[in-house]
Design a protein around this ligand. Structure first.
Ligand code: F0G
Length: 457
């Protein structure tokens, strides 16, 4: 087979500013070993997130010019609404400024003390919005999802027995919603199978619990279903996506991922009464229901991006480019999440830095080492992001200590990725020199964004 090439030409470019290892050492120290506190111009290859960082297409930029900025009833809204309805089959569409705004509205409507939201794995903002409402978020990930380096086709699946047991234990009346995250971002960008979604749906129906999809990466998940699940090889991605949403009572979406937009999101659902309650909240904090915190031009860019993201040439290139980096790292003996996920490569930092105890945040230590060695910005998804403290202020670690290299959509070329692999291999060869970190300042929630750390010497 020939090389799978980037399915685009480049019309406009942005410079990368180069700096030295010595400069980066001091930049990292000044940023308190937190990649979120580094200025973007000090980064060579930015793999912090795939969110809002996509390169928009010439068609999307043309859409930006067409955007109508009427406060109410903009034609851009109706194009956006129709696109979402067509892709998802969900009739009631509410725009929001990004994914977490959709979450805040949904969970402040449905949440509250004594309630439980069950999921394969909740993303950090989803969990935070649930917890802010007073409710609890429960992750019920399938067993194979818990072992980063052991491959399986659908490691994002929900554990069906655990779901049944949890409902039996807590009572369906206390569970306002079940949420399936596709792909499972915090669990390694791993897909969820259609079979699993169907089984979860059946249990939800039996117990009268609505099922929502966190649809940020619905196209990547649909393409994995096409590649890996029996009976889907000859279906188109839009057909698969439509079936996936057909089992859902609603979805939350961050258009900053699988819609190639730099900002935006939405809520979509079937229940008119719930939609009305959500719209009432929307008006207070986001805006009128035909723009929801977005400009008309953003709605155009999202509508166009939602269709572009389902093109198979794009998805083939997208999934292959993640696999390409994953395979290079595997060949070098580096412990990575297997198989490759949809939007990112995940390094098993617990194994990579086996000499650094989890209380010293090996993932964050590896993030720092990658930045110093090659100016690569990545993010820890482990005990810094998800760790909690027990009553004695002892760390309750996360299930896994991962470092995510999220690949922005349509932004970097193969040589950028080759460079990332070279840097990672260099860091791996010198891993024994990497020291653990300790926290010197932290916020009570979502601490990883603002935390300050120092090395343990
Ligand atoms: N759900 C998932 C699965 C996500 O990955 C994200 C964002 C959100 C919800 C929230 O969306 O950022 O538009 O408010 N993930 C980004 C990331 C931030 O880096 O993975 P948002």
């Amino acid at each position: 087979m020939k090389t799978i090439i980037e399915p685009f030409k480049i019309k406009s470019v942005e410079p990368i500013y180069f700096n030295t290892k010595e400069e980066r050492r001091s930049i990292l120290e000044k940023a308190f070993y937190n990649p979120f506190l580094i200025h973007a111009n000090d980064v060579l290859i930015d793999l912090l997130t795939d969110s809002g960082t996509s390169a928009m297409s010439s068609n999307q930029w043309a859409g930006i010019m067409k955007g109508d900025e009427s406060y109410a009833g903009s034609p851009s809204f109706f194009r956006f609404e129709e696109t979402v309805q067509k892709i998802t089959g969900l009739p009631l569409v509410i725009p929001t400024h990004q994914g977490r705004a959709a979450e805040r509205i949904l969970f402040s409507t449905l949440g509250g003390k004594g309630k439980y939201f069950v999921s394969n794995t909740l993303f950090d903002t989803t969990r935070a919005n649930i917890e802010v409402s007073g409710a609890e978020g429960i992750d019920l990930l399938c067993e194979e999802g818990k072992y980063p380096t052991v491959p399986a086709p659908f490691k994002g699946n929900m554990d069906i027995d655990a779901l049944k047991n949890f409902i039996a234990d807590k009572g369906a009346a206390n569970i306002p919603l079940c949420i399936i995250t596709v792909t499972n971002n915090s669990g390694g960008g791993q897909p969820v199978s259609m079979q699993n979604i169907k089984e979860v749906k059946m249990i939800c129906v039996e117990n009268n619990i609505p099922l929502f999809i966190d649809a940020c990466r619905f196209a990547e998940n649909s393409y994995f279903i096409k590649l890996r699940e029996e009976g889907y090889a000859n279906k188109s991605v839009p057909e698969i996506a439509k079936e996936l949403f057909s089992y859902a009572d609603g979805c939350t979406m961050s258009a900053k991922k699988d819609a190639f937009a730099n900002i935006g999101g939405f809520l979509a659902m079937r229940d008119e009464q719930l939609a009305q309650e959500c719209r009432n909240l929307l008006i207070i904090t986001e805006g009128f229901p035909t723009y929801g915190g977005l400009a008309g031009r953003d709605l155009e860019a999202i509508a166009i991006g939602l269709n572009e993201v389902m093109e198979e040439n794009y998805l083939q290139y997208r999934i292959r480019s993640i696999e390409y980096l994953t395979n290079k790292l595997i060949a070098a003996g580096i412990p990575v999440m297997q198989p490759a996920g949809g939007h990112a490569v995940y390094i098993d930092a617990k194994e990579f830095l086996s000499h650094v105890p989890v209380e010293q945040y090996p993932g964050q230590a590896l993030v720092g080492a990658l930045y110093i060695e090659g100016g690569i910005r990545s993010v820890e998804i482990g005990s810094l992001m998800f760790g909690k403290y027990d009553v004695n202020k002892k760390l309750i670690p996360a299930q896994m200590e991962l470092v995510r290299l999220a690949i922005p959509r349509r932004v970097y070329t193969q040589s950028h990725i080759d460079y990332v692999a070279e840097v990672m291999i260099e860091v791996f060869n010198n891993r024994h020199e990497i020291k653990g970190l300790q926290i010197i300042e932290e916020a009570p929630m979502l601490r990883h964004f603002t935390v300050k750390l120092r090395p343990i010497l």
